[in-house]
Write a protein that binds this ligand. Structure first.
Ligand SMILES: [Zn+2]
Length: 116
C-alpha cells in the first residue's frame, strides 16, 4: 500500500471507531449454583435442578481484576457492550498496524533518495 492508501484506511478506522456504541471490557459467563436450603431441588439426588443461570461479568482493567453479577434483564445490553469493546480493540490494533506500516512506507523512499 502507498502512504496515501494507508492514510485512507486509517481514516476509515477512525470513522468506525467514532460510530461505536457503549462498551465494557470483559466476558460474560453463566453460572448455576446450589444453595444451603435442605431438601431444595438444587440438591435432589436424581436430576438436580440447580439455581440459575446467573450471569457473571469478569474483566481486567489497569491491572485490576473484577467480577460481578449482571441482572438477567441487563444481560443483552451487556453482551452488546462487551462486543463493542472487542470491536474497539480490534480497530485500535488495526490502526496501530497501519501506523507502523505507514512509518515504513514513508521511510523507504527517503532511504532510496539518500543513495542517489
Ligand atoms: Zn437450592
Amino acid at each position: 500500500m502507498t502512504p496515501t492508501q494507508i492514510q485512507q484506511r486509517i481514516k476509515q478506522l477512525q470513522r468506525r471507531l467514532a460510530r461505536l456504541g457503549p462498551m465494557h471490557p470483559g466476558s460474560l459467563g453463566e453460572q448455576y449454583n446450589v444453595c444451603g436450603t435442605p431438601g431444595c431441588r438444587c440438591k435432589a439426588p436424581q436430576a438436580p435442578h440447580k439455581h440459575g443461570p446467573y450471569y457473571q461479568l469478569s474483566y481486567c482493567w489497569r491491572g485490576k481484576s473484577s467480577s460481578r453479577f449482571v441482572r438477567p434483564e441487563r444481560v443483552a445490553a451487556m453482551r452488546e457492550k462487551v462486543a463493542n469493546y472487542k470491536r474497539f480493540r480490534e480497530l485500535v490494533n488495526e490502526w496501530v498496524d497501519l501506523a507502523l506500516e505507514l512509518e515504513r512506507a514513508e521511510r523507504v523512499p527517503a532511504r532510496t533518495s539518500d543513495g542517489d
